[in-house]
Design a protein around this ligand. Structure first.
Ligand code: C2E
Ligand code: CA
Ligand code: CA
Length: 728
């Protein structure tokens, strides 16, 4: 029945639909009334103008109200389409002229009905009163309300429509009552009711009231006339029509309710669509958690800023250090709150500049250079102070467009104006790339606890390009044989005979020359490409082993380095098994080195693979023992054949006696757990002697030999520098 409240959207939707309907209806009424005016003159030729004017009163009232509704609706639609908000001069003029006409009609009306009792006068002038109200309301709208929001004026429109409907209904009833008593039409009544109750949409109870009141009005006006009718059939006609009207009443009520429901359903569907759209639109540009822009919007904003004011700007990449711990300690909700707070601080610090959350605890800013360092220091203090129980810090990488250009580019490309060059660079650099560079600068501060700010400069730039080059060229390097294997000897401690080698990767690049693992291993791991390199190394090693065997020499076991990611990125065990099969290598010729840091995460898959490797008959070694925090846990949870003690224990061998104690302990511990030990990084005779004395079985380090190409090690074996002594 429409007793519930509409949502704002539904109200607006229905009101706007009504305003559209009113336009059509007003046009129809205007055409009709003009025709009636002409017809009136046609039927009564030769009267004075005043006589015509008096006779026209009813038609003019309808014509004027239709005209008012038409101008109101058009002005409203015009506003709705967003073309202009404000008073319409045409509207005010047309409203004033109609008011003038209304006043003239009223004066004439009073003049003609001079001496009429007041009560009857009021009854007779009710349409003039309604018209006056309509015109005054319309003028108020045009003069005072036309700049208001559509929503409030739509309600106003509903009110004007209601007045218009009243006028139409009234005339519809009166005309039809007049005609029907002369056994003519009731069409005027029917049309007007259909218009007012069904074309215009009201809440069902309003429609019911409107239809009931009108029917009652019509019937009570017409009944006494019929009753007084002399015809013998008057009573029958009266009864038949009573039933007709009732049926018609029911039909109209049902139609009006059904139309209302239909429109409401449309409004709801439309509303859902609009809200979904608005949400999508928001999501497309906004980071949901913090309300900052997302990175896509940031890129757009940054482009615009750089286009209009390109100089003196720096892209910042902000990283909240240790946020993960905060999350772990205080929970996800608190973490989110924290991020929101940080977002607010960043926004306030760089108000007016594009600011975005890129992901997790990473933010991007395009900041003005003026006072930048002070702002960053202030921001850092604020962030640290959010919670002093846990160590949180801010690290910022910065990229100023143009700062990475080599001097020669700047000079040759644009003469001497560096400032202009910076501006030109600012316009040219894609914000995504700029932020990538700032992030890279930021990443260089990892584990550097005293550094909080790093700018992307020429040196960083060349590193950055080198990294990009490595990632982009790993496939090419593998295919073209740029990847080489160097072998480093591993010896028995008791007599320094050769018990094996470690295969270490080298990248001999035509552009960058000789690259060491420190250059490419971390990059390949970061970009999850490391398995390509490792697979290539393993294949080279297997091939070398086969060739050595084929040439009649005794091979030495080779240890291969496995990255943690290898287990994620490929079926490591199968790959190794296939290689061993393909080159007909003995399983005891391969040792698998898994670095300690690989085992810190909880990884069921890795454990499974390790067990498979052991079941296959490969010897599995723990690399870099002691380099991480979880060494002892790792020993508890996994079992290895050999423990490779990290070379950091030897770095302070001379200066710190404690390292000797620790080495001694680790070797003992390994023996107790049933593992052999190997110490790497042995560089001096004393170190070797000490390790031998405390029972470390195997040694590796520059003292016994640096990593070298296959041919070198073969030569050293052949000339007796190394004597092979295999276990099996
Ligand atoms: P790692 O597995 O601990 O390898 C030992 C590293 O220590 C090698 O460096 C070796 O050259 C160096 N080294 C050996 N003896 C001494 C010594 O007496 N003193 C000093 N100062 N250093 C010594 P390299 O070849 O640069 O390799 C560095 C790291 O790169 C390796 O550490 C390993 O983690 C990784 N890596 C090397 N090759 C591969 C590979 O094929 N795959 C994977 N996943 N990682 C590899
Ligand atoms: Ca290793
Ligand atoms: Ca190692």
């Amino acid at each position: 029945m429409g007793l519930h409240r509409h949502t704002k959207y539904e109200t607006q939707y229905i009101n706007e639909t009504n305003i559209r309907t009113a336009i059509y209806m007003a046009v129809v009424v205007i055409a009709l009334e003009i025709w009636m005016l002409i017809r009136y003159v046609d039927k009564r030729p030769g009267l004075t103008f005043m006589k015509y004017f008096d006779g026209w009163t009813n038609y003019l009232i309808l014509l004027s109200s239709a005209w008012i509704i038409l101008t109101f609706s058009i002005s409203f639609k015009y506003k709705e389409s967003g073309r202009k908000h404000g008073r319409s001069i045409i509207g005010i003029i047309s409203g004033s002229l109609t008011l003038l006409l209304d006043i003239l009609m009223s004066i004439r009306f009073l003049h003609v009905r001079k001496g009429m009792p007041f009560k009857d006068l009021i009854e007779a002038s009710k349409y003039l009163v309604l018209l006056t109200l309509l015109i005054v309301c319309y003028l108020i709208y045009e003069i005072f309300l036309s700049h208001k929001s559509l929503r409030s004026t739509a309600l106003y429109g509903q009110f004007l429509n209601f007045l218009f409907a009243l006028i139409c209904l009234g005339f519809g009833c009166e005309t039809s009552v007049y005609d029907v008593t002369r056994e003519r039409q009731i069409l005027c009544f029917v049309t007007m009711v259909i218009y007012a109750a069904c074309l215009l949409i009201w809440k069902p109870y309003v429609s019911i009231i409107i239809i009931s009141v009108v029917f009652n009005y019509f019937y009570s006006d017409w009944k006494p006339i019929m009753k007084a009718n002399e015809s013998p059939y008057a009573q029958n006609i009266l009864e038949a029509n009573q039933i007709n009207y009732l049926t018609f009443w029911i039909a109209l009520v049902m139609v009006s309710i059904s139309i209302y429901q239909q429109r409401l359903a449309e409004a709801k569907k439309d509303e859902n669509l609009v809200t979904a759209n608005a949400r999508l639109k928001k999501l497309a540009v906004e980071d949901e958690l913090t309300g900052l822009s997302n990175i896509y919007q940031f890129v757009q904003d940054a482009k615009e800023v750089m286009l209009n004011t390109p100089g003196n700007k720096t892209y910042l990449f902000l990283n909240i250090e240790n946020f993960k711990n905060y999350n772990d300690q205080f929970g996800y909700q608190a973490g989110n709150k924290f991020l929101k707070k940080v977002a607010g601080m960043i926004k306030d610090t760089f108000s007016g500049c594009p600011v975005a959350r890129q992901a997790y605890d990473h933010f991007a800013v395009l900041a003005d250079n003026d006072g930048l360092m002070e702002k960053l220091e202030g921001l850092r203090r604020q962030i640290i102070n959010i919670n002093t129980d846990i160590h949180i810090d801010l690290k910022v990488g910065a990229y100023t467009p143009g700062s990475d250009m080599s001097e020669s580019t700047i000079l040759t490309s644009h003469g001497s104006g560096t400032d202009n060059d910076m501006k030109a660079a600012g316009k040219m650099v894609d914000p995504r790339i700029a932020i990538d560079r700032a992030r890279f600068a930021c990443s260089l501060m990892k584990n550097k606890y005293d550094k909080h700010f790093m700018a992307y400069d020429r040196k960083v730039d060349s590193d950055f390009h080198k990294r990009q080059y490595i990632v982009n060229n790993i496939d090419h390097a593998v295919e073209n044989g740029y990847i080489k294997v160097f072998y480093q000897p591993v010896v028995w401690s008791e007599n320094h005979t050769l018990c094996g080698c470690e295969a270490l990767a080298r990248w001999d690049d035509p552009k960058y020359g000789f690259l060491s693992p420190a250059d490419f291993i971390p990059v390949l791991e970061e970009y999850r490409q490391i398995h390509k390199l490792d697979k290539c190394i393993w294949e080279i090693v297997c091939r070398d082993l086969r060739n050595v065997k084929a040439s009649g020499m005794q091979p030495v076991p080779v240890s291969l380095n496995f990255s943690r990611l290898d287990f994620e990125l490929m079926d490591t065990v199968t790959v190794l098994e296939e290689l061993v099969d393909k080159y007909q290598i003995g399983k005891n010729d391969i040792h698998v080195e898994i670095t300690e840091s690989a085992l810190t995460d909880n990884m069921g898959m890795l454990r499974q693979s390790m067990n498979r490797l052991k079941d296959d008959g490969f010897s599995v070694w723990l690399d870099d023992f002691g380099s991480g925090y979880s060494s002892l846990n790792v020993l508890k949870d996994y079992s290895f054949d050999v423990l490779k003690i990290d070379m950091k224990f030897l770095s302070s061998f001379d200066s710190n006696d404690k390292s000797k104690v620790i080495l001694n302990m680790i070797i003992e511990l390994a023996a107790n757990l049933g593992m052999y030990s190997l110490t790497e990084g042995v560089e001096t005779e004393e170190e070797a002697d000490f390790l031998t004395k405390v029972g470390c079985g195997r040694l590796q380090g520059y003292y016994f030999g640096k990593p070298m190409p296959l041919n070198d090690i073969i030569e050293k074996i052949q000339n007796g520098t190394y004597i092979i002594k295999r276990l099996v």
